[in-house]
Ligand binder design. Structure first.
Ligand SMILES: [Zn+2]
Length: 435
């Protein structure tokens, strides 16, 4: 399909792309629909998964009330760990196995939804934990069949996990972030209630929205599907298939929404409509990256969050240091897009324009700088950290950051140009500070 030159055929490259639909119900108040959707899916005994903080908040209360009103037998699991690990995935899987549920409902951010995907998988198709984990760390075995119904209810405007077949966790023994990727993990139904964003702290909206922004930019500038090696069998075509015309649609719309609403949604009090728009952008970008895959800003982010020493942003639970996912991604992004722009300058330039940059008179040679400049302007306007230096890293940390993220092949190989280890170190160096 040579609908644009980006998708021109290449020797040995894939000749088709897949469209994987997510079933989404979007609207203020839809959490109250959970019970009816669950009953319609044939669920009678349901595991309601969330974390300790969310368990007492109105969103979980609303979903629980709805499930109970529909006559379901509801058992709450609130032990989900923020930034889940293999241990916390296994604990959730044990709960799911012992509970003999016929369906799952998750209410929370990406950590909760991802944990619920894993609990559903291991309780439905029990196996040694590494069996389904991405190769080479795990066995990379395909999920054997359909999972039980899972209704996912996101409470932040960021991860898009409700639309994807990806579950990410920290493998403690290797101190590495990895995941399980299968179209079978995609939730059966996403209930996206934008009213969840009304009470989120400013910093949480900023981090979530930058995660969305990077999902859309990375999917749009990813290696085109036609340059990825064709799969050995058509059924083995990966979920992270590279940029494709379907994902492009969601990316364009998400970036335009972000350009018009992101700064307002973060900095203005009571900018309810802007925040609801950000939730829709998160859903669109989730569908896009669920079909295309992210690349280097996400690949680099895992080491940025994993090696954190003492950074503690406002708006997050105090106690443990944390670089929230969206922040750990966006601090790398300007550096990466300066590097990747020569591979597809028109895409970088167009994306910058959708985000609100003035691209008049800009040529292909300016594309990386124009896009990086627009991201940096949005970072400054929303008060997020100034590069990886802003979350506590210095020149001395670059070797460890590089070692930590170089093995993220699923993501790194999806970038539009090859990234060597030296390139990667250079990307971190250029991400130390932007202003
Ligand atoms: Zn992300």
């Amino acid at each position: 399909m040579a609908c644009c030159h980006y998708y021109a055929p290449s020797d040995g490259g894939d000749e088709a792309f897949a469209v994987e639909g997510a079933a989404v119900t979007f609207g203020a108040g839809v959490l109250a629909e959970a019970g009816d959707h669950a009953a319609a899916l044939g669920i009678r005994r349901v595991a309601l998964m969330t974390d300790k903080v969310l368990a007492g908040l109105p969103q979980v209360v609303a979903v629980r009330r709805s499930l109970t009103a529909a006559g379901l037998d509801v058992v709450l699991y609130d032990e989900v760990r923020v930034e889940p690990t293999d241990d916390s995935f296994k604990a959730a899987a044990r709960f799911a196995t012992e509970g003999k549920f016929d369906g799952f409902v998750s209410v929370g951010g990406g950590s909760v939804i991802d944990t619920c995907k894993a609990a559903n998988l291991y309780s439905t198709y029990p196996a040694d934990f590494l069996t389904y984990v991405n190769a080479p760390i795990g066995g990379g075995q395909p999920v054997p069949g359909l999972l039980k119904p899972h209704i996912a209810c996101p409470t932040t405007c960021g991860t898009g996990s409700e639309c994807t077949g990806i579950a990410i966790f920290d493998l403690l023994a290797m101190q590495a972030k990895t995941g399980i990727v299968s179209r079978r993990l995609r939730p059966t139904q996403a209930l996206v209630d934008p009213a969840c964003t009304d009470t989120l702290p400013k910093n949480v909206v900023a981090a979530s929205a930058f995660d969305v922004l990077s999902h859309a930019l990375e999917s749009y500038t990813a290696l085109p599907y036609s340059k990825r090696a064709a799969p050995k069998r058509p059924s083995l075509r990966p979920l992270s298939q590279g940029a494709n015309p379907w994902s492009d649609l969601g990316c364009r719309e998400a970036l335009q929404i972000l350009g018009g609403n992101m700064v307002k949604g973060v900095v203005e009090k009571d900018a309810t409509d802007a925040r609801h728009q950000l939730m829709w952008a998160a859903t669109l970008a989730g569908i896009a990256f669920g079909n295309a895959g992210c690349h280097a800003p996400h690949g680099m982010s895992y080491a940025v969050s994993g090696l954190v020493r003492d950074y503690q942003p406002d708006g997050y639970p105090t106690g443990a240091p944390i670089v929230p996912h969206g922040m750990s991604v966006i601090v790398n992004a300007p550096s990466v897009f300066r590097f990747t722009a020569p591979a597809c300058p028109d895409r970088h330039l167009r994306a910058a324009g959708w985000l609100g940059a003035d691209t008049r008179g800009a040529g292909e040679a300016d594309a990386g700088e124009v896009l990086a400049g627009q991201i940096i302007a949005m970072m400054r306007a929303t008060g997020v950290p100034n590069g990886i230096g802003g979350v506590g890293y210095g020149e001395d940390d670059i070797a460890a950051l590089t070692e930590g993220s170089f093995p993220q092949r699923r993501l790194m190989d999806n970038a539009p140009r090859p990234i060597s280890k030296d390139d990667l170190a250079g990307l971190y160096r250029s991400a130390l500070a932007y202003w």
